[in-house]
Design a protein around this ligand. Structure first.
Ligand SMILES: Nc1ncnc2c1ncn2[C@@H]1O[C@H](COP(=O)(O)OP(=O)(O)OP(=O)(O)O)[C@@H](O)[C@H]1O
Length: 288
């Protein structure tokens, strides 16, 4: 019976063009590698300006297929030419993203990320949260306006590029120092990515939400704005009142004390994590 089943299975594989177990393994390996490469590419572009452009390209391809099926020759002619122009323009528009992707490959970040243990990453995350909470407490007490963005799954390289690069260890002292009035880095946001202060004085998109209170100015609106476009969390300290707020997914929680802020950050940063083994394998995409 088992032999019959095996023969049936072998016949089925042969009908798929797989003549030996090695063919079968090779196909699995092939598909896994393609899936992995696509995952990495999507991780790299998630949350960047590439996403709306790719949506545009997909719309163009669908429109072209529809025009072809309905034999709308003029529309087809126009779309085909737009397509040719786009395929020349896209590598130019995406030059920074392409360069970054190749740099990642060249520096072997993939291997480096895989070698770091989950425990080390967990410790680093806890340390980052501790330092951010301590900084927010000091900044609130001294009524120093601050905007601290913490990346989760989505890479924030596009926003990091708008500021001054730091790539520094996260410490409350550094964060407090960044936002001291009239210093070169105080204007804009500090961005923490992969448990490093990646940059300061970064420019963020303003919130599109109309439900935000009218008495909130641009610091709070830009803090909420980036959470509408990516999955990051943002700690905002008001210069006017010293109030600490936390923005996530386009919403804003105000009047937080250190304990409440820590609890929210622990919960949110934990939710932003992928399962342990998967996280190690795939950390390459969101590294700076
Ligand atoms: N798009 C932006 N990206 C990053 N930072 C911004 C942006 N717009 C404004 N800021 C920061 O916010 C500061 C202005 O804050 P503003 O007083 O308008 O906001 P607010 O929400 O009322 O905050 P506060 O309660 O601290 O006064 C700017 O000096 C700058 O540091």
């Amino acid at each position: 019976m088992a032999a019959v089943d095996f023969n049936q299975f072998a016949n089925y594989l042969a009908s798929l063009g797989l003549r030996s177990p090695w063919d079968f393994l090779r196909t699995i390996l092939d598909i896994s590698l393609v899936a992995y490469i696509f995952y990495k590419l999507f991780s790299l572009i998630r949350g960047t300006r590439a996403v709306p452009l790719i949506n545009g390209v997909i719309t163009l391809v669908v429109a072209l297929q529809v025009a072809e099926a309905l034999r709308l020759y003029t529309i087809q002619f126009i779309l085909e030419n737009v397509f040719i122009a786009a395929s020349v323009a896209l590598p130019i528009i995406f030059q920074p993203e392409l360069r970054r992707a190749l740099e990642h490959l060249g520096r072997g970040r993939l291997l480096k990320a895989s070698l770091r243990s989950d425990e080390e990453q967990e410790e680093e995350l806890q340390r980052t949260i501790d330092q951010v909470v301590r900084a927010a407490e000091i900044l609130g007490r001294t009524k120093t306006g601050a905007l601290i963005v913490i990346a989760r799954g989505t890479g924030l390289n596009e926003y990091i590029d708008s500021g001054i690069k730091l790539d520094a260890v996260v410490s409350a002292e550094l964060l407090v120092n960044i936002f001291v009035q009239k210093t070169p880095l105080h204007d804009g946001a500090a961005i923490i990515q992969n448990n490093r202060v990646a940059a300061a004085a970064c420019w963020l998109p303003l919130a599109e939400s109309t439900v935000l209170s009218h008495d909130l100015g641009t610091r709070h609106r830009s803090g909420v704005g980036i959470t509408e476009q990516t999955d990051c969390v943002v700690v905002i300290v008001s210069e006017e009142t010293g109030i600490i707020s936390l923005a996530v997914q386009g919403g804003l929680t105000r009047n937080l004390d250190a304990k409440a802020l820590r609890e929210m950050l622990v919960k949110l940063m934990d939710r932003g994590k992928r399962p342990a083994g998967v996280r190690r394998l795939f950390d390459w995409g969101s590294s700076s």
